[in-house]
Write a protein that binds this ligand. Structure first.
Ligand code: MN
Length: 165
């Protein structure tokens, strides 16, 4: 009887761990199949939620371009911001959104490309039910880096994505 009880407890523990492991499947893990490195967790206040960044290439370049891999966990997003020299996003994993201020949000999936014109105030980030990753290429960086505004509030986020699930 004692052994049956012990075995049952072991079985339940294994089942519990297996189920919980499955629930975390929405986060994008760095795997052998990942094309680009995930990098380190962003600790500045220009983002909401958990976001990872891996800058790639030289930080000071004659090409006036900087580029990196950005990975957002579910619901994570940038603050409102603009780029004096413009920016291009290449979506590599998951599901997320891009929204220019005053316009409807655009649903984004792997393979989508977003061209962000100079000085357009916008945000980009993950969907509520999916992690999200994109390459971000900032252009004409000699004209200045990103100009940051306030956070995308929970109300603004909910409003932006309510028509797209
Ligand atoms: Mn941007």
């Amino acid at each position: 009887m004692k052994y049956i009880l012990r075995f049952s407890l072991l079985f339940l523990t294994v089942l519990f761990v297996a189920c919980n492991t499955k629930q975390t499947g929405t986060a994008i893990e760095q795997t052998a199949e990942s094309i680009f490195p995930k990098g380190e967790k962003i600790t500045n206040n220009n983002f909401s939620g958990t976001v990872y960044l891996k800058m790639m290439g030289a930080s000071d370049t004659a090409l006036h371009t900087s580029f990196g891999n950005v990975t957002f966990e579910r619901k994570a997003r940038t603050n409102w911001h603009s780029h004096p020299g413009g920016q291009i996003l290449f979506i590599t994993e998951g599901k997320g959104y891009y929204q220019a201020k005053g316009e409807p949000a655009r649903l984004l999936r792997k393979g989508d490309v977003v061209e962000i014109p100079r000085n357009v105030v916008h945000w980009h980030g993950a969907a509520p039910d999916s992690a999200f990753a994109h390459l971000a290429i900032s252009l004409n960086t000699d004209e200045g880096g990103a100009v940051w505004s306030g956070p995308v509030t929970d109300e603004e986020y909910a409003q932006a994505i309510k028509f797209e699930k």
